[in-house]
Ligand binder design. Structure first.
Ligand code: PLP
Length: 393
């Protein structure tokens, strides 16, 4: 191995290679393969004149070598110039609102946005005198009509993490740019690997590292990305003012998971597609919500803007009673029943009790189930689904 920086002289190397070799600066690793876990509140400076020097590592809350290593690796994933770490994925979503909205501001939020982000808008942002307007994320360039002189931020998630609609992100970004409105994309579904919001014109991309990036279902963490220095300065100020902290142990855990992200995403993608295609033909299934399926309403946009699909998708059962839905979920042996996704293990949840919409009425005609396809062999997952669906067919 050479310098360990993983930077080639010419073109960019592939993500798997860059993630393997990112953050290998000897200052961060102290000659180990991995960065040191620098647990620190106090960071000692060399001399009195350096106590108030801007930009250095001067206090644990502002990060240590371990945090710097993680940031370097994450910037490889999102192809971003700047990255800030926060305590959770939810905080990565809420910080941009706090940074860019103000009393009297109007913010536009995709109607399929992650529930806790909506709750932040409805409960906390509203108390600060900011108005949240939800929009149907299939609106595309039509969002222009919703932008007011007071609009400060457009926030969206594509695809929605329970309903899987794909937004025309470049059209929304272009409309926002023309009116100087900051755009933020929650990029958690793609793990950052299959979707690059910054390259599609979005100002900010946020990622719940809790999910695919860490991949172990054992840590909560979030990151905020931008290529714009002024926007990052404002985001960093906000994070500093809020007193958010990521422990060095958590930063290390996320980085350790991220090393294998590209490999895992390929497996999640292939297995989920195999399972989705099988489910599509099953008599107990009414519909499969997966943007990589050719007849999915979001397929054309997905094909244009994404380089792949993760392991998270939805199915609509034909059976209609809650009792049947619960019986199906309870019969699953390999799918744990639990929130979150992106870990090594498969998960399932019933979505209906948490679906919220302001602009459109959702009518799937049956219960919506979300599956997170883990790293098990897809043939075993299919066999498990088959036995659990049998009573419904
Ligand atoms: C999980 C998730 C979050 C929040 O991440 P946490 O780390 O659990 O706070 C935000 N957005 C999306 C789309 C998510 O799936």
């Amino acid at each position: 191995m050479g310098s360990g920086s993983g930077k080639s002289g010419g073109g960019k190397r592939h993500l798997g290679t860059r993630l393997t070799h990112a953050a290998r600066d000897r200052k961060l690793t102290q000659n180990g393969v991995n960065p040191v876990v620098q647990r620190a509140s106090t960071v000692l400076v060399e001399s009195a004149s350096k106590l108030f020097e801007p930009g250095g590592w001067t206090y644990g809350r502002h990060g240590t070598a371990t945090h710097e290593a993680l940031r370097q690796a994450l910037m490889e994933i999102e192809d971003a110039k700047h990255c800030a770490l926060v305590a959770s994925g939810l905080m990565a979503c809420t910080v941009p609102f706090i940074a860019f909205a103000e009393t009297g501001a109007h913010v536009l939020v995709g109607d399929n946005t992650y529930g806790p982000t909506r709750r932040f808008c409805d409960r906390t942002l509203s108390r600060w005198g900011c108005e949240t307007e939800y929009f149907d994320t299939t609106i595309g360039g039509g969002i222009e009509k919703l932008i007011r002189p007071t609009t400060k931020l457009i926030f969206l998630e594509s695809p929605g993490s329970m309903t899987f609609e794909i937004a025309d992100a470049p059209a929304i970004a272009a409309a926002a740019k023309a009116k100087n409105v900051v755009t933020v994309m929650d990029n958690t579904w793609s793990g950052g690997v299959f979707y690059r919001p910054l390259s599609l014109g979005f100002d900010v991309s946020v990622q719940a590292n809790t999910k695919y990036v860490s991949g172990g279902a054992d840590v909560l963490n979030g990151a905020i990305f931008t290529n714009d220095e002024a926007l990052m300065a404002r985001l960093k100020e906000t994070i500093a003012d809020l007193g958010s902290n990521v422990s060095a142990d958590d930063a290390y855990t996320v980085l350790r998971g991220a090393r294998s992200l590209a490999l895992r995403m390929d497996r999640h993608q292939a297995s989920a597609l195999a399972v989705a295609r099988w489910l599509k033909t099953h008599p107990a299934i009414q519909r499969v919500l997966h943007p990589a399926l050719e007849d999915d309403p979001g397929h054309a946009l997905w094909k244009r803007d994404f380089s792949g699909a993760s392991g998270l998708f939805g199915i609509v059962l034909k059976a209609s009673s809650t009792q049947q839905t619960h019986a199906f979920l309870d019969a699953l042996e390999l799918f744990g029943l639990g929130f979150s996704y992106g870990g090594f293990e498969s998960l399932a949840i019933h979505c209906d009790p948490q679906l919220k919409r302001s602009t459109v009425k959702l009518a799937y005609g049956g219960p919506l189930i979300r599956l997170s396809i883990g790293l098990e062999d897809p043939a075993d997952l299919i066999a498990d689904l088959d036995q659990a669906l049998k009573p419904l067919a």
